[in-house]
Design a protein around this ligand. Structure first.
Ligand SMILES: NC(=O)c1ccc[n+]([C@@H]2O[C@H](COP(=O)([O-])OP(=O)(O)OC[C@H]3O[C@@H](n4cnc5c(N)ncnc54)[C@H](OP(=O)(O)O)[C@@H]3O)[C@@H](O)[C@H]2O)c1
Length: 335
């Protein structure tokens, strides 16, 4: 079977397709024939080796969808023919996050999903909603679940609440869709007016171009008649955090998720305690949260936004599109 590997050194240009033997399901294991994968910003960072990276060789990428083709002895929770997504954290099934639950993510350090046949523990998958294609389902394990956890568990939103989402990448577009489905008002930001138009078509109530409106945090507050937004889905990190504090209402929540603008930022401490802000750092979510999300996606018949799909062999082109920020929503790889 074919796999994509970061073999000897990091960099998009160093990714290689390699041949590996097909896996065999042992006791408690399953084999999933992968049909699609999706890109997350984390995968791009992994491929370019940010921060020293993982031991090589590594099969990258955490998110995908496929069909169970073999089950090992003792497996009862899934059957051959089931359509499933591998879980981002292979050992976080339910309950609050612990050190143990978050130490087995796919695509670094565990081998990732860019392999035609994927060997997993039977516990490490969930079924996805029937109305989704493999390409659409492949977007769920990291980006969607992170957005879901942010606005349903950490800082639950509903009618009467305003949510601010930053940029139009994977996490933010899912946050927009979920927040609208739950009846909240959404303010979306982007560097592109054309993408803001697309965000409006998806239901964004207000939009701000963060390139042309540098103090977009204040602008967001103005759009709530000065009160401030209830929840910020914070994916920018460097240079956005203080604006997120500015945008928030007194007693509001900032769910800290991403580092698109960089890894560190000076923080205006007085605004944090002055506004009595709640800062929630989160990393993805559990299988129980995935299943809850999947049930609601099915109930709403919600469709993930897949912007572009690339064939398996064109992985580098897909990563370069993400690096350039040329996408809206998700980029998908078809096997
Ligand atoms: N903590 C977690 O569990 C978790 C889970 C998933 C992702 N993440 C992190 O969350 C971030 C988003 O991930 P993703 O996969 O959704 O990324 P993505 O799809 O690559 O998002 C890229 C988009 O974000 C916008 N953007 C870029 N720089 C920005 C900035 N400085 N400020 C505001 N928006 C900016 C741009 O949108 P426009 O072109 O519209 O401006 C860009 O197209 C990443 O840092 C990722 O590592 C964390």
């Amino acid at each position: 079977m074919k796999v994509w590997e970061i073999q000897n050194s990091y960099g998009i240009e160093n990714l290689q397709i390699a041949e590996r033997p097909k896996p065999v399901a042992g006791p408690g294991q399953i084999v999933v024939s992968m049909k699609a994968a999706s890109l997350n910003y984390r995968d791009l960072l992994t491929v370019i080796g940010y921060g020293g990276g993982y031991p090589l060789p590594l099969i990258p990428f955490s998110d995908g969808a496929g069909e169970v083709t073999a089950i090992g002895r003792g497996v009862t929770r899934v059957a051959v023919g089931d359509k499933v997504c591998p879980l981002f954290f292979q050992s976080w099934l339910s309950g609050p996050v612990t050190a143990e639950s978050r130490n087995r993510p796919l695509g670094g350090p565990l081998p990732g999903v860019l392999q035609q046949e994927l060997l997993l523990d039977a516990d490490g998958v969930s079924k996805f909603p029937e109305h989704l294609s493999f390409e659409e389902a492949a977007t769920l394990p990291c980006a969607a679940l992170t957005a879901w956890r942010a606005i349903t568990r950490e800082a639950p939103v509903g009618p009467g609440d305003t949510v601010l989402v930053q940029g139009t990448g994977g996490v933010s577009i899912f946050a927009l869709q979920f927040a609208k489905a739950r009846g909240a008002t959404v303010i979306a930001t982007s560097s592109s007016d054309e993408k803001l138009e697309r965000a409006r078509k998806l239901g964004a109530d207000h939009t701000i171009n963060y390139k042309t409106t540098e103090d977009w945090g204040r602008k967001a507050r103005e759009l709530t008649a000065g009160r401030g937004v209830d929840v910020v889905v914070e994916v920018g990190g460097e240079n956005t955090l203080n604006q997120s504090f500015d945008a928030a209402r007194v007693g509001g929540s900032i769910v800290v998720i991403g580092v698109l603008g960089g890894f560190s930022s000076p923080v205006m401490i007085p605004i944090v305690f002055g506004k009595n802000l709640h800062i929630h750092g989160i990393s993805v979510g559990s299988r129980e949260q995935f299943d809850d999300m999947a049930a609601n996606i099915a109930k709403w018949q919600l469709k993930p936004v897949v912007d572009r799909t690339f064939p398996f062999a064109k992985l580098a082109d897909a990563l370069r599109l993400m690096q350039a920020g040329g996408h809206f929503g998700k980029i998908v790889i078809r096997y």
